[in-house]
Write a protein that binds this ligand. Structure first.
Ligand code: NAP
Ligand code: ZN
Ligand code: ZN
Length: 354
């Protein structure tokens, strides 16, 4: 075991503060990574504040991890010291259920081991819970370590590990591409990546935002059209238009208003995870054989495919770099939808000791 410094919350109402804890030593199948950057996902805030159920404390969040390999296990030949790598939302899974066999570890029947706030199964930390990427280093089974193209800015690549794959996976699964009319709801960390990917895949993209101040940014990011979702008349004019709508909103909102915008047989996919259940009017689905689905991050293989695509097309997130001691203020800004469009923590600003 070795000592590691991170930032943790001690309860649902406590701010994040410096925290010292132990990481396991690099085992034969592991990769040890010095973390250089970590994105701030809205899921970090939901979890730190126990919005999805009681979290385990101390809670060290962070699952948009970028860093350099500093050690590899005896059985590892795929990675070497110095490689630029990433770790997303998962650090393990059962590896033999139908979902794992299909490369969709995020849907593992036994539940994956999430990067933070998840029961740890690795020796000798089993029985504790996992600690995430707001920390100096991490040891991860090599299957869950991603190769990050060296041509990408490491800080701006960090959000690809969650916001990127979470929006890429449904676009790929529902085969979104040329000739499709796509709606993206909410211009936050996930939403801005959805706009970039849907545009890169050749779709005609309409952004729905509650924030008039984001119209110009939406267009700069590539959206062909922007609709202010609080404008009832403008929303009505979009009825029956869309093949596919991706909803990346973090808070309670009226999803029926968007179902009405799908054409016959159109799909609406939720990636946002509001704290409270939302109601669905049956008529909105039945009337035009529309579907409503959900999607969680993406499998390891498709995450690698997404990163390779980003390397080839030079796609990264639009980020605001912060110091680790600015993270509590950053949470408040995310809650006000005031981030362009992802905070990324520079891990060089971590204190040497807690
Ligand atoms: P974010 O950066 O905070 O973006 C959320 C956006 O939703 C905001 O920028 C805002 O966009 C819109 N919004 C916020 N409050 C709203 C309200 N009351 N009514 C309508 N729109 C509102 O969050 P994020 O990191 O992108 O995450 C979004 C959601 O996805 C979170 O719930 C997160 O936990 C979840 N998530 C899910 C997965 C998955 O695997 N499915 C993975 C990662 C994250 P506008 O200003 O443009 O309206
Ligand atoms: Zn996330
Ligand atoms: Zn499994």
């Amino acid at each position: 075991m070795f000592s590691c410094v991170g930032y943790a919350a001690s309860s649902a109402t406590a701010p994040l503060q410096p925290f010292s804890f132990e990481r396991r030593d690099c085992g034969p199948h592991d990769v040890q990574i010095d973390i250089t950057h970590c994105g701030v996902c809205h899921s970090d805030i939901h979890t730190v504040r126990s919005e999805w159920g009681e979290s385990a404390y101390p809670c060290v969040p962070g699952h948009e991890i970028i860093g350099r390999v500093v050690k590899t296990g005896a059985e590892i030949s795929r990675f070497k010291t110095g490689d630029l790598v990433g770790v997303g939302c998962m650090v393990n899974s059962c590896r033999h259920c139908p979902s794992c066999d299909a490369g969709l570890e995020q849907y593992c029947d036994s539940s994956p081991t999430w990067t933070y706030n998840s029961p740890d199964t690795a020796f000798p930390t089993a029985g504790a819970h996992t600690y995430g990427g707001y920390s100096g280093s991490v040891v991860v089974d090599s299957h869950f370590v991603l190769r990050v193209p060296e041509n990408l800015d490491p800080a701006a690549a960090a959000p690809l590990l969650c916001a990127g794959i979470t929006t890429w996976s449904p676009l790929a699964h529902w085969k979104v591409g040329k000739g499709h009319k796509v709606g993206v709801v909410g211009l936050g960390g996930l939403g801005h990546m959805a706009v970039k990917f849907a545009v890169a895949l050749g779709a005609e993209v309409t952004l729905f935002t509650t924030s008039p101040s984001k119209v110009e940014d939406g267009k700069r990011l590539g959206a062909h059209r922007v609709v202010i979702s609080k404008d009832a008349k403008a929303m009505e004019a979009e009825a029956n238009r869309f093949d596919f709508i991706l909803d990346a909103v973090s808070a309670e909102h009226d999803i029926n208003a968007y179902l009405a915008l799908l054409r016959q047989d159109g799909h609406m996919v939720l990636v946002g995870l509001p704290e409270k259940p939302m109601s669905v009017g049956a008529f909105a689905l039945v009337g035009k054989r529309r579907s409503l689905a959900g999607s969680a991050i993406g499998g390891i293989q498709e995450t690698q495919e997404m990163l390779d695509f980003c390397g080839k097309h030079n796609i990264t997130a639009d980020i605001e770099r912060i110091r680790i001691d600015e993270v509590n203020e950053a949470y408040e800004r995310v809650l006000r939808s005031d981030v362009k469009y992802r905070f990324v923590i520079d891990m060089a600003t971590l204190p040497k000791a807690a």
